[in-house]
Ligand binder design. Structure first.
Ligand SMILES: NC(=O)c1ccc[n+]([C@@H]2O[C@H](COP(=O)([O-])OP(=O)(O)OC[C@H]3O[C@@H](n4cnc5c(N)ncnc54)[C@H](OP(=O)(O)O)[C@@H]3O)[C@@H](O)[C@H]2O)c1
Length: 300
């Protein structure tokens, strides 16, 4: 199997390249090692359609794993045209090039396509979103990813759309690494406790994407680590496990005054994935522990 990874220098992209090169031996699906080509932003700008076609033509992949995206949520809010160009049109160009080359595609998408009510508009408790619920993004980033999903679906039958959330890896910028840095620099941190989601770790997610991408069961899937928490709880667990003494206090999202609104509740249900035969991802606390080991913060 030959695989092309876009956004290969991003936090997920780097672990995807590793996962495909190493193969995945899991309970449900074992896959052999793949011949993998990773192209970072400098090698392939996905908003450049001719460049995307040329890359897919040159590499001749069986599967393109499209991890490239403009992930700066507040930046997207200030420049929705760029967000659309990269996240929506970029995904479309990849799908069109795959269609012409006879390749399948994995598009990595986001919990931010949902509105954060968890279907509880009537005042009931929010429930995890499944793949069949209507989307209604709150911000420009979510709208650009939602448009990308739609363009991929209408272009290429052989697609997997993988929605994930709250992504953290050893290489790249993310919440866990930022919390460790801020905690050590300042000895104190304030973190929102009114956004609930499922932290997801790139090692686990990359393995899950690889597993899905050899099934031939095209469609949309939710893949996050198990369990839910607030950002505040994730920060507390990070400091506790890493043994970093920090004066941590909760705050409300409204106090931050950020340009882009965030969904209050964006937990994704993995029922469809698991009933389809895919391996459940570990609990987020296990993913966090493994990440801290990889970062040298914890002994294995
Ligand atoms: N991070 C999260 O919490 C989260 C949550 C849900 C879903 N996702 C999705 O997961 C995927 C991977 O995200 P990540 O967390 O690994 O983010 P990331 O570390 O920001 O990686 C994204 C990569 O895409 C590259 N990129 C940006 N614009 C590009 C362009 N026009 N052409 C080619 N590459 C471009 C970036 O390069 P530069 O930095 O050099 O621009 C970066 O290396 C994305 O599809 C994202 O939407 C992420």
């Amino acid at each position: 199997m030959k695989v092309l990874v876009t956004g290969a220098n991003g936090q997920l992209g780097q672990d995807l390249v590793d996962a495909y090169a190493a193969g995945v031996a899991r309970e449900t699906v074992a896959t052999p090692t793949a011949d993998v080509v990773g192209l970072g932003h400098a090698e392939l700008d996905v908003s450049d359609e001719p460049a995307v076609w040329a890359a897919v033509r040159d590499v001749e992949p069986d599967v393109v794993v499209h991890a490239a995206a403009w992930t700066d949520v507040d930046g997207c809010e200030g420049d929705p045209d760029r967000a659309h160009r990269v996240n929506a049109l970029g995904s479309w160009w990849v799908a069109r090039a795959c269609e012409a080359a006879g390749a399948a595609m994995v598009m990595v998408s986001t919990d931010y396509v949902f509105d954060g009510t968890g279907g509880a508009r009537d005042g009931g408790d929010p429930r995890p979103y499944d793949e069949f619920q209507p989307i209604d993004p709150l911000n420009a980033y979510g709208r650009s990813k939602a448009a990308g999903e739609q363009l991929v679906r209408q272009t290429l039958a052989e697609h997997y759309i993988v929605r994930t959330a709250w992504v953290n890896g050893a290489r790249g910028s993310n919440f866990v690494r930022t919390m460790l840095r801020v905690g050590r620099e300042r000895g104190e941190a304030r973190v929102v406790d009114d956004q609930i989601g499922s932290p997801t770790f790139t090692r686990d997610l990359a393995a899950a994407i690889r597993e899905l991408s050899v099934t031939g069961r095209y469609g949309t899937y939710h893949r996050t680590n198990a369990g839910t928490c607030s950002w505040y709880e994730l920060a507390a667990a990070t400091y506790e496990l890493a043994g970093v003494e920090v004066d941590l206090a909760p705050q409300k999202s409204s106090e931050l005054d950020r340009p882009a609104p965030r969904p209050a509740y964006s937990v994704l249900s993995d029922r469809h994935s698991v009933q389809s035969g895919l391996t459940p991802l570990p609990h987020w606390r296990d993913g966090l522990r493994n990440l801290l080991v990889e970062l040298g913060e914890l002994d294995a």
